[in-house]
Design a binder for this molecule. Structure first.
Ligand code: SAM
Length: 255
């Protein structure tokens, strides 16, 4: 079957989405592109090396991460100019979404190279679509500033927006985020999507105030997408729903 599929286009940068936890979440096309590309540019070559090994793929890897993006982008463009095909991946999910990738994409477009997405997992889409919150208008912000003054100001601005607010947050700052939100809008509906696609995936729903109190008791761990309902949203999604026992998964998290 693979023989009937078109070969990769020389001089193309492929943005390949990879699993955010469950190793079954990779598309057939992503696997083919990873197999056929001349090079895989990866955020963490060790992590991606293990992923490729899992799928039986052996490929030269080049590191491409936040702090070497500028230098590496030039190198990747030189390779594209030679007609090579490059698959860009990050540690998890879609490249460029709160992850490296944007710089080389812009540079490749400016230099006239093809950039082709190979869509797949993305925590924001997985979380939002199962949250029960409005999806017709949403604002994805990624990570808020780390410094408390700046993040509080940013949060105060963002919660005025219509539509669902979608944030990424590191596990040890979720408590702080819920505390800030409780000060600003204690009765706002919030959904925490925890450990998406992994064994302990759950959607935790409640008001900011309730979730803050529960977080203090439960100290949930793992990765989170935090979704904040618009101010005019009702409370129809507030049951806690724990999917962990219902879904068979391959847990790839190291913790
Ligand atoms: N590029 C990735 C994507 O497409 O979703 C996001 C990478 S960003 C560096 C990592 C953040 O994404 C985490 O801190 C968390 O907020 C969110 N995230 C990634 N995987 C997740 C998962 N399995 N469950 C919940 N949130 C996740």
């Amino acid at each position: 079957m693979e023989k009937e599929l078109p070969p990769l286009v020389p001089g193309t940068l492929y943005l390949v989405a990879t699993p955010i936890g469950n190793l079954e979440d990779i598309t057939l096309r992503a696997l083919r592109v990873l197999k056929q590309a001349d090079l895989v540019a990866a955020e963490d070559t060790r992590h991606t090396g293990m992923l490729l090994k899992h799928y039986g793929i052996q490929k030269p890897l080049l590191s491409y991460f936040k702090f070497n993006e500028a230098r590496r982008s030039e190198e990747l463009l030189e390779r594209l100019a030679k007609g090579q095909t490059i698959a860009l991946v990050t540690d998890a999910g879609s490249p460029g979404i709160s992850d490296p990738g944007t710089r080389v994409v812009r540079a490749a477009i400016a230099a006239g190279f093809r950039v082709e997405p190979v869509p797949g997992p993305c925590a924001l889409v997985a979380g939002l679509t199962a949250s029960g919150l409005p999806t017709n208008e949403f604002h994805f912000v990624g990570f808020l500033p780390v410094r408390s003054g700046a993040r509080q100001r940013e949060l105060a601005r963002l919660i005025q927006l219509p539509g669902t607010l979608v944030l990424y947050e590191s596990p040890h700052r979720v408590d702080r985020l819920l505390a800030d939100l409780t000060e600003l809008a204690p009765d706002r509906t919030v959904v925490l999507a925890r450990e998406l696609t992994k064994r302990f995936e759950e959607f935790i729903r409640g008001t900011a105030k309730e979730l803050h109190a529960r977080f203090r008791e439960a100290r949930w761990r793992g990765e989170f997408v935090v979704m904040i309902a618009p101010s005019d949203f009702g409370d129809s999604t507030r049951n806690t729903q724990n999917n962990s026992s219902a879904i068979r998964r391959i847990d790839t998290s190291s913790s």
